[in-house]
Design a protein. Structure first.
Length: 191
């Protein structure tokens, strides 16, 4: 397989020199006169953002470089600005203050050790994306995972959870009564 080019994946010259056109009738995309099957887009792809100095006519274009069989192919997709805004500008909120506090402590200890998220994940026996989610406060950790991560960091689990209180955890709605429980309750009250 051919190696990927070094440097940026979206050089400005690509926008100026390529003959870009819209979708063809068979669902393909025409790039510099060559029709590329839209099915190719499902293969390995690399995302890149358009350069900042694009004209307005190209501002809604999104580019994917497809590497299939060692051949670099450029495929153009149009994204609507509302779609782009909805999914790229929104950063999810932490699930709770407790999760956010725990995540900050994990990040601080990891940085003190001078290890990456990937290395901590290997030491802890979890996936590296899990560590990133924990550090952002996006995961509600089980006791087992707290112990695994604390072991990977070489600290006592109490260090990670010290000072987190019940008020830092959002209240959940009471569980809904099941249909069987409701019928049983109605039978006992009607007798």
């Amino acid at each position: 397989m051919a190696s990927r080019p070094s440097g940026t994946l979206c050089p400005n010259r690509d926008f100026a020199t390529l003959n870009l056109s819209t979708n063809t009738t068979d669902g393909g995309v025409k790039v510099s006169g060559r029709v590329v099957s839209s099915r190719v887009a499902t293969q390995r792809s690399r995302r890149c953002t358009p350069p900042e100095d694009l004209s307005l006519q190209h501002s809604s274009k999104f580019i994917l470089y497809i590497y299939a069989l060692g051949v670099k192919t450029l495929v153009i997709f149009t994204l609507y600005s509302s779609y782009r805004t909805r999914f790229t500008d929104r950063v999810p909120e932490p699930i709770s203050i407790a999760a956010q506090t725990l995540g900050k402590r994990v990040r601080e200890h990891r940085q003190q050790l001078g290890v990456s998220q990937e290395t901590l994940a290997e030491l802890s026996g979890v996936h590296w994306t899990f560590i990133g989610q924990v550090e952002r406060g996006m995961r509600n950790l089980s006791l087992h995972n707290i112990v695994k991560i604390a072991d990977g960091l070489g600290v006592d689990p109490a260090v990670l959870v010290r000072g987190i209180e019940a008020r830092d955890i959002p209240r959940s709605d009471p569980p809904k009564e099941s249909a069987a429980s409701r019928i049983r309750r109605q039978r006992t009250t009607s007798e």
